[in-house]
Design a binder for this molecule. Structure first.
Ligand code: SF4
Length: 352
């Protein structure tokens, strides 16, 4: 803990351009053009220290070094899957651990980022959910995951999904800043339309996301359109009924002109019946959406099973003529526990 009189350094990596400009001209008493220089060094060139900022005077660099810091994540472990997916485990300043995933899918390269250490939502098929919630990530910690992943590869990261550990809309304030920073064309410049936020849907959260300046993509972890089944699979979905969720998705369609992706993880005997498929088709009827089916990835210690290929086929066949777009998503990185619901398996469980 900081002693009395010591000053906590400002994490520049987590300041939006507007915040950086206010801080530079206000707290630091510098000229406004410094904000542009700093933003470029931090987010486009992504240097590791103020010493590397060669077009900033030595005096100003020393001043910055005393009052601010650049957030870099320390990699603890990196695992590569046979399909090219790479999972990174990072340690944070307070010794918490988070995981992020790099997913190649020519011509795209997608970074899957975490927004919290752990998660409050408790989805029964998810390793992160089982481990409970530790804390929110700062905007700087979200942005720094992306930069660590980008440093790992020569290929430019083209897409970002906030689909790692945590519920992004439960950490909205920091998410909003991270979105603004990574889509800023003065920085790493990943267009808002190439960034997707994945959520179970929290009250008011989808409308807030739709109201942001950029048109960010939305993926909703639906997993069932039958109220009782959804409450069982996604306990935190109790906060927003399916009727309210549908209302929010229609609002998102209207406000952004974009369609929503509905994530549906098929689990044997729980949500893979034809009556579940019928409820899903009914739920989707007037929403501009795409359904992404995914077959459950077994997680050690959970008594849940994958449906067989015939069950998956039947489910899809029911949906095809009734829904606008249905895809069966390939599970990526399952051999390194980097697939959906598997993050945090190695580090987050209490008996780690
Ligand atoms: S699936 Fe997502 S929302 Fe559900 S517990 Fe896991 S991290 Fe949280």
């Amino acid at each position: 803990m900081d002693g009395e009189g010591s000053m906590k350094k400002t994490e520049l990596t987590g300041l939006t351009f507007r915040e950086l400009r206010d801080w530079t001209t206000g707290e630091m008493g510098m000229r406004p053009y410094r904000a542009g220089q700093l933003f470029t060094w931090v987010h486009r060139r992504r240097v590791g220290s103020f010493d590397d900022m060669t077009d900033i005077s030595l005096d100003a660099r020393a001043q910055l070094d005393g009052r601010a810091k650049l957030t870099r994540l320390v990699t603890v472990n990196t695992l590569s899957a046979v399909d090219g997916t790479v999972k990174h485990c990072f340690v944070l300043d307070d010794d918490e651990h988070i995981e992020s995933v790099l997913i190649p899918d020519e011509p795209r390269l997608t970074a899957c980022l975490s927004t919290q250490v752990g998660c409050k939502c408790g989805c029964i098929f998810c390793q992160t959910g089982l481990a409970g919630f530790r804390r929110d990530l700062s905007a700087a910690e979200m942005v720094a995951q992306l930069y660590a992943l980008q440093d790992f590869t020569d290929q430019r990261i083209s897409n970002v999904v906030f689909m790692g550990m945590g519920e992004p809309l439960d950490n909205f304030r920091n998410l909003e800043d991270a979105l603004s920073i990574i889509s800023d064309d003065r920085g790493i410049c990943i267009g808002a339309r190439k960034i997707t936020v994945s959520t179970i849907g929290l009250p008011g959260g989808i409308a807030r996301l739709a109201g942001l300046e950029g048109q960010y993509g939305l993926a909703v972890s639906l997993h069932s359109a039958v109220p009782a089944t959804r409450r069982k699979l996604v306990p935190a979905s109790r906060a927003l009924s399916l009727k309210e969720l549908k209302h929010d998705l229609l609002l998102y369609n209207e406000m952004t002109g974009r369609r929503v992706t509905l994530e549906y993880c098929l689990i044997s005997g729980l949500n893979d019946s034809i009556s579940e498929a019928a409820a899903l088709a009914g739920f989707c009827a007037d929403i501009q959406c795409k359904i992404n089916l995914l077959v459950y990835n077994p997680v050690k210690g959970m008594d849940l099973h994958r449906p067989g290929p015939a069950e998956v086929e039947k489910f899809m066949e029911y949906l095809y003529p009734r829904c606008q777009a249905v895809t069966l998503r390939r599970s990526r990185g399952s051999d390194i526990a980097a697939a959906c619901g598997q993050l945090g398996a190695s580090r987050m469980l209490p008996n780690r």
